[in-house]
Structures are given as structure tokens and as C-alpha cells.
Design a protein around this ligand. Structure first.
Ligand code: ZN
Length: 566
């Protein structure tokens, strides 16, 4: 063994004349064993400032054991070592999405897709196909149908689908969510008949004889929503597997799931215990029930490399789209309103007491705040928490951190608060946001560059399924700020653009830091988890507009390849 170790340290010594600087030593597998796997002939972007670029990576077990030149890493090669030739491709740490809604996103992927069904016949055919793979007693939901694309735009009726769904309840919703189609099974379960009166704010659409056609508008949809059972563990498992497949295909190797249903967390635990998770999940429970649970004793977690339940998610206000984000000044297009403070913030003393209690047991605070006044109030609360419980490395987070009062950037920095932001919202909301808040406030909106300039740690996420989970869209949005309507190709508030390198950092190390995982994740460095991705092109070498078109060609999690593009 001594001789093998000697060979390895000779290789480490040779690193100093390799042209890579040689400050960071080449790692070695424990006991001098050859690596399980090496990736060679790559352009490795490490997100490790001590060695930003490399050519090759070696992995043993679930960890990275060497990063360096091909010659350096080849030293780890044994007879059984798998060698992956990257053919010059770009390799970087796996993406960590700092803010998603995992099961809502998974359910959206999992539901029947009727959006582009061009005819009623195709609509029925898709429901038929779905019914054949739907377990007894389960519902067919979702759909996002749009009758406007059908000849004559007739509303669908239950007669269209009853023949193919004699035992399966169907309740599929129009894409705007203002009406849904129930089949006869669903109407029966909901007790809706010809004798049922229209509820206030809703309409039961009826045929010439007065019988319900199956279309329920607005408040009438509640008749059926009330009787849809909560998904079973099996259904939840299926949704999670679908979501995991989607994540792997996009190179998302870690996610931070905000405010999950406790029944979903049980399913995460079940898959984790069977070794079936192909991405690492951090579940952040909602703060109100968490604070209640604290009353009956400390919270126990059983952290693993694939699942952690930690932190607390809370709400300070609403959203810009619904004019419920809470601002100091009125909305430009609605001068009587400054938005709304969330229920959780009223009374403020209650919120403060809960946050202090949660912080006291060492949990991280992750509070949704979008309007400038809501953000200021949350920063005040973070100060109160620090005053109550003393200084420590607590990294409180403001989820969305969308509209900043100019004086608050420095307060983030002073508090060590993290800006957990979703760049895709900037190019989406950017189409109309200025109408709502005016040009002056727009300057410090989605102000990613200002955060970085003030030394604030930024973590990127998507809020999936509100925005696409694809990290290339996130990087594209942060780098170009080109609104989705094509009207601002030079970028909306271009001073707030960030560099490709800064965007990649925020999707990897920034997100890892935001979950206290920077020692395990976020860079391709010796000792870290072997979570990495290969891209179809080099984001530094393509035009910024082309970044959104890059694809992940290989995803590795813990040394195992969980996705390969063919
Ligand atoms: Zn969210």
C-alpha cells in the first residue's frame, strides 16, 4: 500500500508543473484504490475559486476524489475504472434549485395534457388513453383544455367522455381554471343533479332538459373539488418519480422544496429509505405548524445525503401579479392599494414570537416577501430574532426578494441574509411589471446585480411549476434579462444583468450555501459529492441568447449516472 500511496503523491507533486497552478493538490482515493469512474477530456468549470477550471474528474463511491489535468486524474485509473470521454464538453456541478414546489410540479407533469388537443375527438381519445392506465378509484384531473381551438368552440360535455370512463371519475379543468368538465361518475360522487341549484358565484351548465352537461363554472367547481380524495401514497410516489425523472433530464441534482405537504414528506422518506431518490431533496416545512410542533418538544431530523427536513417557510405578503405584494407606495395602476400583508404577519407579534422560537432551536428562516415594505418588515423581524437569540451563522432567507427599497441591500449584507430569487420571473413579469410599479421602483426590482455588489449571497431557483425547472432558462434570464415578449432584447433594467459565471455560481454554490450544504455540494472539488452535469455546449462561448437552448447531456448524482441524452 505504501508504494501505491507513493505513486499518488508523486502525481500530486507533478501538478505544480502542469500549467494549472498546482496550488490545490490532486486528491487521492482513500487507501490508494483506483477510482470507480473518471471523466476525461472535459472543460470542467468547477465553481471552486482555488481551481476554476480543469480537464478531468475522478469519482470513488459518491464523492469526488480528484480534479485536475487529464494526466493527473488518469493516475487514479485502474483496470476496473469506468472512463467517460466528455469529448471536450462542458462539465459543471449539478444544479441546485433553491426554491421549488416539488409535488405540485410533479403533479402537473403527471396530469393528462389536453391543452393542444385540436378537436373534441382528440380530447376524448386522450382521456380514454389516460383511463386505461388509471388505477381503480383514482381520478383523472388537470388537463388545461382550451375549446377555443376547436371548430365552432363548443364546450365539451360529459357525453364526450362517459363512454371511455364508465368507472373512472374525471374532472378536467380549462387552462384558465374558471371552469371544469366532470363526467357522470364525478357528478354522481359530488351529488350534482338536475335538481341542484347554481351556487352563488357559480353556474352548472345544463342541456335543454335541464340536466347538467358536466361543465361547472367558477364556484360550482367546488361541488366536485370537495369530493376528490387526497392522493394516496402510491399516487404521491408516482408523482415524485415523474418529477425525479424531469429533474434528472435537466441536470437538477438538488432541490429545496418549500412548504411541502407532510404526507409528501413521508413519501420522500419512503423513497429515500429504498435508495430510489435520484436527486437530493431538502424539504422546508411551513412555519405555522412547525412553531406549533415546537411546543411539544424539539424537532428531530434524520438527515441523509438524499433527504433533509429543515428550516421553516413563512409568508409575509402576496404576489405582484395579483397586486397583493406589500409596498410602501401605492400601485401605479391601482392608486388605492399598497398590497396586502399575509395572514401570518397579523398580528406581527405572533409572527415575531414564532420566528424567534423556531430560530432558537437552530432552524433556518425562509420567508416569502415580494413587495419592498414586506421585505423591510422581514428584515426587521430578522433583526429582532438576532437580538433575542444572539449572533450566530443563521443565514436567514428572503424568498423571492423581488422589489427592494434602495436602503435595504446593506441590511441583507449586515444580517447575512440570503436573497433567494427566481430570475425567470424577471423576464416573465418584466412584460408588464413597470405598468404596475412604475419606472423608479423597477430599478431595484429583481436586482440580482445590486445584491452581489453589496456582498449579499444570492441563490437562484425557479419556483417550479410557476416557472420552468430548466436551469438553462434561469441562467439565460439572469444574463440577458430579455423579456419573454421579445420587446426588451437588450434586457429589462440591463444594469441588473449578471455574468454567466455569477449565474452559474448562484445555481450551484449559492444555492448550496443557502441550505448550509456548501461543504458537500456546489463545486467540483475533492471531497464533495459527485453531483455533476455535462452540457451540449459551453455557456461561456455561445451567444447569451443561445444559453436557453443548451441541453444537459449527462447528469450524475453521487457518482451514479441518472440521465443520459441519446
Ligand atoms: Zn414558491
Amino acid at each position: 500500500m505504501a508504494a501505491v500511496a507513493g505513486v499518488v503523491s508523486a502525481a500530486a507533486g507533478a501538478a505544480s508543473c502542469s500549467g494549472f497552478g498546482g496550488e490545490s493538490p490532486v486528491g487521492r482515493p482513500s487507501g490508494g484504490q483506483p477510482a470507480d469512474l473518471i471523466v476525461v477530456n472535459a472543460r470542467v468549470w468547477t465553481v471552486d475559486p482555488t481551481r476554476p477550471e480543469a480537464e478531468a474528474v475522478a469519482v470513488t463511491g459518491d464523492r469526488i476524489v480528484a480534479v485536475g489535468t487529464r494526466a493527473e486524474v488518469e493516475k487514479q485509473r485502474g483496470a476496473a475504472t469506468r472512463v467517460i470521454d466528455a469529448a471536450g464538453r462542458f462539465v459543471m456541478p449539478g444544479f441546485n434549485d433553491a426554491h421549488i414546489h416539488l409535488m405540485t410540479g410533479g403533479a402537473e407533469l403527471d396530469s393528462v395534457d389536453l391543452k393542444d388537443a385540436p378537436t373534441p375527438a382528440e380530447f376524448a381519445r386522450r382521456i380514454d388513453r389516460r383511463a386505461r392506465t388509471t388505477a381503480k378509484g383514482e381520478w383523472i384531473l388537470g388537463g388545461n383544455w382550451d375549446e377555443q381551438q376547436w371548430p365552432g368552440a363548443p364546450l365539451p360535455t360529459r357525453a364526450l367522455v362517459d363512454g371511455v370512463t364508465p368507472d373512472t371519475p374525471v374532472f378536467v379543468t380549462r387552462y384558465d381554471e374558471h371552469m371544469s368538465l366532470a363526467n357522470s361518475v364525478a357528478l354522481r360522487l359530488a351529488g350534482v343533479t338536475a335538481a341542484t341549484p347554481d351556487p352563488p358565484g357559480g353556474v352548472i351548465v345544463r342541456d335543454a332538459k335541464g340536466n347538467p352537461t358536466g361543465i361547472l363554472k367558477d364556484a360550482a367547481q367546488a361541488f366536485v373539488f370537495k369530493v376528490i380524495p387526497r392522493p394516496s401514497a402510491d399516487e404521491r410516489g408516482r408523482i415524485l418519480r415523474r418529477a425525479l425523472g424531469h429533474m434528472a433530464s435537466l441536470g437538477v441534482t438538488s432541490v429545496q422544496d418549500m412548504g411541502p405537504d407532510p404526507d409528501d414528506v413521508s413519501v420522500y422518506e419512503a423513497l429515500a429509505s429504498r435508495g430510489e431518490l435520484t436527486a437530493r431533496i431538502r424539504a422546508v416545512p411551513a412555519e405555522v405548524p412547525l412553531a406549533k410542533r415546537l411546543e411539544s418538544g424539539p424537532i428531530r431530523h434524520h438527515p441523509s445525503a438524499f433527504l433533509r427536513v429543515s428550516g421553516a417557510k413563512g409568508f409575509a405578503d402576496g404576489s405582484l401579479g395579483s397586486t397583493t405584494a406589500f409596498f410602501f407606495e401605492p400601485y401605479t395602476d391601482e392608486p388605492t392599494s399598497r398590497g396586502l400583508l399575509a395572514d401570518e404577519m397579523q398580528p406581527l407579534d405572533g409572527m415575531r414570537a414564532r420566528l424567534v422560537a423556531i430560530d432558537k432551536v437552530g432552524e433556518q428562516l425562509c420567508i416569502h416577501a415580494i413587495g419592498d415594505r414586506a421585505i423591510s418588515m422581514v428584515l426587521d423581524l430578522f433583526e429582532d430574532v438576532r437580538r433575542a437569540n444572539g449572533a450566530r451563522d443563521r443565514r436567514p432567507r428572503i424568498e423571492h426578494s423581488q422589489h427592494l427599497a434602495a436602503t435595504d441591500f446593506t441590511r441583507y449584507a449586515q444580517l447575512g441574509a440570503i436573497a433567494s430569487v427566481q430570475p425567470y420571473h424577471a423576464i416573465d413579469d418584466g412584460k408588464w411589471a413597470e405598468k404596475r410599479i412604475g419606472a423608479e421602483r423597477a430599478k431595484t426590482t429583481y436586482a440580482f446585480r445590486s445584491f452581489l455588489d453589496h456582498g449579499v449571497r444570492v441563490a437562484f431557483g425557479t419556483d417550479w411549476p410557476v416557472a420552468p425547472l430548466d436551469p438553462m432558462q434561469t441562467i439565460y434570464a439572469a444574463v440577458t434579462r430579455a423579456t419573454l415578449d421579445g420587446k426588451r432584447p437588450g434586457g429589462w433594467v440591463p444594469e441588473q444583468k449578471v455574468s454567466v459565471s455569477q449565474a452559474i455560481e448562484a445555481c450551484t454554490m449559492g444555492a448550496a450555501y443557502a441550505e448550509f450544504e456548501e461543504g458537500n455540494k456546489g463545486s467540483i472539488s475533492v471531497g464533495r459529492l459527485a453531483d455533476l452535469v455535462m452540457l451540449s455546449g459551453d455557456p461561456f462561448r455561445v451567444a447569451p441568447e443561445a444559453i436557453a437552448d443548451l441541453r444537459v447531456t449527462m447528469t450524475m448524482v453521487g457518482g451514479k449516472i441518472v440521465y443520459e441524452r441519446r
